[in-house]
Ligand binder design. Structure first.
Ligand code: GLC
Length: 478
């Protein structure tokens, strides 16, 4: 690289850091998070709040840079916002939930934090992912500081326990996956992802693994057992039923319907005609594959969702072979999945009647915009982490190069529109915090792969694997 280029990159990084610094939110004089965006040109709505999912990118970056206090403060303060009582009131957040976002407000000279559990959010969406991201960030904090004492404090142990109880509770559904409403995660608008969306399952898996590491067994044996039971079955379920590659497409193509009883091959009764199988046949590279967006009764959502697939690699939910195949797919379908800005949140977009029916005619989610096929720079750090994990660094380097050529001049937009992500998102905020942090964090992970364990998980131990195999055979192959 030329000296001139190096200087440009350094100045870009400095500018990014300066911009990030300005987003830090203070509460009672302490840094507790980052606001979602600092765009002075539009009405802030709730972008002046700290979103739990958005903060994770900045939080991990701060941890890498040794600024652990802000993450600790964030974890402590958000934990205080978690409802601890079982309130049988439909309009109150359930026990164990972590809010979508919070802000500091002053009343009679006193400052306090006000949480939003979705009751103010557009369309009143439920932030299921917040408690999962909170667990993931707590694990990252412990991995970065090597200090378990925060997680071992009684209030933290109780908070983890409540999150686990909420996720592992007895319910009507008998899948190992979590059943959630539409818009319960980063895609916080209606987009046909109710049911068992991959994004939630990948985060759930990572959160379960984090909780397993951090929960003190003594006194929590029932929850630890529940986690141990859930992990292998969840993993086996996703690896088997969500997986799509050519071999699997072939199997599905010849599926029979209406199979009753335990011996059913087509367990979820997927009707082949519901799938865009000719398009998939054209699109799927021979060596590539990915995890489907959703699996439910007569439902296999074949859209590619980036966050769920990348987090499945990072958390070890996808097998080694599957992880490589996902990276192959990204490489071979680069123009579709990365294009001019890493990377597409979902591919392909919902169009025409599907768009109208499934989004409810959402003007922000028109085809190839925002959640419906827009390109989101924040996903770059997850791409980088997945690339480090699978030893495919080149892919992340290429993505970073594309992004850093544009992001500063475009003033760090929240998202991009168009099939290739060439247009700055129609309603995208500028100076979006997780866009800035996404690039910086991707670079940190590539330059310093030893930081990967902050966010990633290793494969199960031999003992766990053999247990998991038994589960697979008993529960799925009989
Ligand atoms: C949008 C995104 C959501 C994000 C929020 C704040 O609503 O869909 O994922 O958390 O903005 O940036």
């Amino acid at each position: 690289m030329q000296l001139e280029d190096l200087v440009t990159i350094k100045s870009l990084e400095n500018e990014a850091w300066e911009a990030l610094e300005k987003t830090i939110m203070y509460y009672q004089g302490r840094p507790v998070g980052t606001v979602a965006a600092l765009d002075g040109t539009v009405d802030a709505l709730n972008y002046n709040q700290c979103f739990i999912r958005d903060f994770v990118s900045s939080g991990i970056l701060f941890l890498i840079k040794g600024r652990t206090d802000i993450v600790r403060n964030f974890l402590e303060e958000t934990l205080k916002l978690q409802p601890k009582e079982n309130q049988l009131d439909a309009y109150k957040p359930g026990r164990g939930m972590i809010p979508a976002s919070f802000k500091a407000v002053s009343l009679n000279g006193e400052e306090y934090l006000e949480a939003d559990f979705g009751e103010h959010a557009i369309a009143r969406v439920t932030p299921v992912d917040s408690c999962l991201w909170w667990m993931i960030l707590l694990k990252a904090y412990v991995a970065a500081t090597k200090d378990y004492s925060l997680a071992y404090q009684p209030d933290f142990q109780y908070g983890i326990k409540l999150i686990m109880e909420l996720c592992l509770a007895t319910r009507f559904d008998m899948y190992p996956t979590l059943l959630v409403p539409d818009g319960a995660c980063m895609i916080d608008r209606r987009l046909g992802i109710y049911g068992h969306p991959l994004e939630i399952q990948s985060l759930f898996y990572a959160a379960l693994r984090a909780a397993r590491d951090l929960l003190i067994c003594n006194g929590n044996q029932d929850i630890v057992n529940a986690i141990d039971n859930r992990l292998p079955v969840l993993r086996a379920h996703i690896r088997k039923h969500y997986w799509i590659d050519l071999a699997r497409l072939n199997a599905i193509y010849r599926y029979k319907g209406e199979e009753y009883g335990k011996g059913a091959v087509n367990q979820f009764n997927i009707y082949v005609d519901s799938l865009p199988y000719y398009e998939l046949d054209r699109w799927l590279p021979k060596t590539g594959g990915y995890l489907a967006g959703n699996v439910g009764p007569s439902q296999l959502d074949t859209r590619f969702f980036a966050l769920g697939n990348l987090m499945a690699i990072i958390s070890d939910l996808a097998s080694e072979e599957q992880s490589q195949a996902i990276m192959n797919l990204i490489e071979k379908r680069w123009q579709d999945l990365v294009g001019d800005m890493p990377m597409k949140i979902v591919f392909p977009a919902l169009e025409n009647e599907e768009y109208r029916m499934i989004t409810g005619c959402d003007p922000k989610n028109i085809p190839w915009s925002y959640h419906n096929g827009g390109n989101w720079p924040v996903l770059m750090w997850m791409l980088a982490a997945a690339a480090v994990k699978t030893n495919r660094i080149c892919l992340a380097e290429k993505a970073i190069e594309i992004a850093q050529a544009r992001l500063r001049d475009d003033e760090w937009p929240e998202y991009y529109d168009g099939k290739k992500g060439r247009l700055i998102g129609k309603q995208a905020r500028k100076y979006q915090t997780w866009t800035i942090a996404g690039l910086l964090l991707a670079k940190e992970l590539i330059n310093n792969p030893s930081m990967l364990p902050l966010v990633s998980f290793e494969p199960f131990t031999a003992e766990q694997v053999s247990r998991a195999c038994e589960f697979e055979i008993d529960s799925f192959d009989s």
